[in-house]
Design a protein around this ligand. Structure first.
Ligand SMILES: [Zn+2]
Length: 755
């Protein structure tokens, strides 16, 4: 066999894998247990208990088991004239491959060879995929051309008759680590990685046949991502509900290791792609490649900032002893940090987290003491932490300059697929809105008995004792109902997740805290982890996570390579769903309940708008100073106080600010994600802005919203928002979003005098 043929065969195999994946994931063909095939109609009808799906088919050929013989459909007399005619196209493969076998009617061959022939036929016919049926003693290979009819009953098909459980089910991924399915995929992954290394060498040799090479790379990348995701997610999800599961931890590590093997070949291929002269023309000439226009654009954009392979290796290695070492050191200082606190006459050394949590305590004395003790405690570690800050920010400045970025902020914006103009527009509107938040802070201060603005330590103090209880059953019903008030499809999604055991509900030993949602693209589902505790806040968290899940649902039909959305858009769908549910709860609740929800809502928004603004100012000052010289503890404290004064103004009591907010907040210490602050504000305000649009047009908005979520992984932010008619580079849009929060604050003010 010659090399060209071998490559062709490989391509066909890859295509089949990809096509069958879509058939099982999107069309769910595995769920149909029976079929009927009609030669007259040239149709294959797949059947399950509740639904049917019909494909137009072309017959490829059949392989007879007892004498290992293969016969092409066009040469088979048992097949109708019309079907034989259609399969004649396959003789064209003789020319493509230079092999006569495509013109010989029948011959002896192994089953594997028959399969290879059928796979090549699928390529030739540009079919959707393959289906094998058995007639008498033969396997008949059919090319699935298109879906001609389907009557999938969505609710029925989505609801398997499974017992409802409070633990999530992962059976849809794998039965176990040791089972064949997992082990086979693991083996497949190794083959794919080897192939990627080989492909990287082969395709980057020269710039001939660029289109075919790009197609090959895309196919491989897609398959690789799906396989990685499925294997990795299975391990990670198990670890998240049982951190001590040894097998799951082991496999999570193995998958991580394998992931790191991709860096080198990927870099090589990226460079090669960025050197293609008329990339756009090539992409336009291939239907397959067109789908990945943005994906390629990103590769080209990012490779502009790649250094030589040698330099990249040096930077990666030096990072281990540079920023990574500093982060570890800083984490060590913070995680072992003890705060000396006197409680009821007894001095105690308490972990920092315990003391930070006291900010929510009902007793004002506890809150104040905790704050004072916390501030006092940092003297022991401030020098070490500022050294870490200097080390990390210094490295970031050096590396971003070497790569050719204008500044660390420029680097973050490029990673966020966002323009500076957009950030400036948002910051401008945020800055204008500060007085509104200050009004809320002063009112809260007043309610707590302060006359000179709110002391920093009272930021999270409860102002009303009103705990709303929602059992999981009540929470589910409430969320579904409110989702439906927005759009039935959103409601259907929530129901599907609730009914099919996609949610792990209760806290249990070994389970991680908090909540998250994990979209599992490879099976077109998602899994949600909660630690549900019967509070209204838990219901909101459920709505938040299901919002993420719906985002994944809207991306389901996209290629996995088009599903990575940037950080500023990551919280859009979740915040949007939260808003729906909170607004409804405020409307339906008593005055006290409405007030309690509003207070939490506004307090959270104050963090995301006002505090984030102060963090942005602080980080800007830090980078400016670090360019000149290392920062001293005094400088860091001053930058923080100045930033807080600028953002909070007279909302906070100037006597009680927090000069050490840079110590334990981890965001300032991510070498790979600087200015990890404004994306939060973007997320909240963009979701609020969408909600404002929804109120203006409740009829058509839900459809547009779905469309918007579906393109978040394949466009720049400005283009994503344009699809729904929003110009994020215009401060007006942000002002509208902030107006929604302002309305909440006005309502809060009003209620605060009534309750
Ligand atoms: Zn979230």
């Amino acid at each position: 066999m010659n090399q060209a043929f071998e490559n062709f065969l490989k391509l066909c195999h890859q295509e089949i894998f990809e096509k069958q994946k879509i058939l099982t994931d999107t069309y769910k063909i595995n769920e149909y247990r029976t079929y009927s095939f009609s030669q007259q109609e040239k149709k294959l009808v797949l059947k399950s208990e509740t639904s049917e799906m019909a494909f137009d088919v072309i017959c490829i050929g059949s392989w007879k088991k007892d004498d290992s013989s293969f016969v092409w459909a066009w040469a088979n007399e048992n097949i109708s004239e019309e079907m034989r005619e259609e399969s004649k196209t396959l003789q064209g493969l003789a020319e493509t491959t230079g092999f006569n076998v495509f013109k010989e009617g029948g011959f002896e061959c192994e089953e594997a060879v028959a399969k290879d022939l059928a796979f090549m036929a699928i390529h030739q016919l540009e079919a959707k995929g393959i289906y094998r049926i058995e007639i008498d003693d033969s396997y008949v290979f059919l090319a699935l051309m298109k879906v001609s009819e389907s009557n999938i009953d969505r609710t029925e098909a989505g609801t398997s008759k499974k017992e409802s459980s409070l633990d999530w089910s992962l059976d849809e991924l794998y039965d176990s680590f040791e089972g064949n399915a997992y082990q086979d995929d693991l083996k497949k992954l190794d083959t794919l990685i080897k192939e990627l290394v080989q492909v990287a060498d082969e395709i980057t040799k020269d710039h001939e046949n660029e289109k075919e090479k790009l197609e090959r790379y895309i196919n491989l990348s897609e398959t690789m991502s799906l396989t990685f995701e499925k294997l990795g997610v299975y391990a990670e999800l198990i670890v998240s509900v049982n951190s001590k599961d040894e097998l799951a931890n082991k496999y999570a590590d193995i998958i991580d290791q394998k992931q790191s093997e991709l860096a080198e070949p990927e870099t090589k291929i990226s460079k090669w792609i960025s050197e293609i002269k008329d990339l756009e023309t090539i992409i336009d000439s291939s239907a397959r490649l067109q789908e990945f226009k943005f994906f390629f654009k990103e590769i080209v954009k990012n490779s502009k900032y790649l250094l030589s392979e040698k330099e990249e290796v040096i930077i990666a290695k030096m990072k281990n002893t540079g920023s990574t070492a500093w982060v570890n050191y800083k984490n060590l200082l913070i995680s072992t940090h003890k705060v000396e606190l006197e409680q009821e006459g007894v001095k105690e050394e308490l972990p920092l987290t315990v003391v930070l949590n006291m900010a929510y305590d009902k007793d004002r004395e506890v809150r104040k003491k905790a704050y004072e003790a916390e501030i006092e405690s940092y003297k022991k570690i401030e020098e070490g932490i500022v050294a870490a800050l200097n080390g990390i920010k210094g490295e970031v400045l050096t590396v971003s300059k070497l790569r050719g970025y204008k500044s660390p902020l420029d680097m973050t914006l490029k990673d966020s697929r966002m323009q500076k103009k957009t950030l400036d527009a948002m910051l401008e509107a945020m800055k204008e809105s500060m007085p509104i938040f200050r009004k809320y802070l002063r009112r809260k201060a007043e309610m707590l008995g302060y006359s000179n603005g709110l002391p920093f330590y009272e930021m999270y103090a409860p102002v009303i004792e009103k705990e709303m209880k929602y059992t999981y059953e009540e929470g589910k019903a409430f969320v579904e109902k409110q989702f439906r008030s927005f759009d039935n499809e959103l409601g259907d999604y929530a129901r599907k997740a609730m009914d099919n055991n996609w949610i792990d509900v209760l806290p249990k030993e070994g389970k991680v805290g908090g909540a998250f949602c994990c979209a599992v693209h490879s099976i077109g589902e998602s899994r949600v982890l909660l630690n549900y505790g019967d509070n209204f806040g838990d219901t909101i968290t459920m709505a938040h996570e299901l919002g993420h899940g719906y985002h994944g649902e809207c991306l389901k039909n996209e290629s996995i390579l088009n599903t990575n959305y940037p950080m500023p858009l990551a919280e859009t769908a979740s915040t949007f769903c939260e808003t729906i549910v909170k607004k409804a709860a405020i409307k339906e609740g008593t005055k006290e309940e409405a007030f309690a929800i509003l207070e939490t809502e506004i307090s959270d928004a104050t963090q995301v708008i006002v505090d984030i603004y102060s963090r942005y100012l602080f980080e800007t000052a830090v980078f400016e100073q670090r360019e000149e010289s290392p920062i001293t503890v005094e400088q860091a404290k001053n930058f923080m106080i100045e930033a807080q004064k600028e953002a909070y103004g007279d909302g906070l009591d100037p006597e009680y600010l927090h000069p050490y907010m840079w110590t334990w907040k981890s965001h300032y210490y991510y070498a790979d994600a600087n200015f990890y602050n404004f994306p939060y504000a973007f997320g909240l305000l963009f979701a609020k802005g969408l909600y404002a649009q929804y109120l203006k047009d409740t009829e058509t908005f839900p459809g547009k919203y779905k469309q918007l979520l579906a393109v978040t992984g394949k466009m720049d932010i400005e283009d994503v928002t344009k699809t729904i008619g929003i110009d994020v580079s215009n401060p007006e849009f942000w002002r509208d979003s902030l107006k929604i929060i302002e309305e909440d604050i006005e309502e809060f003010m009003k209620l605060s005098y009534e309750i």
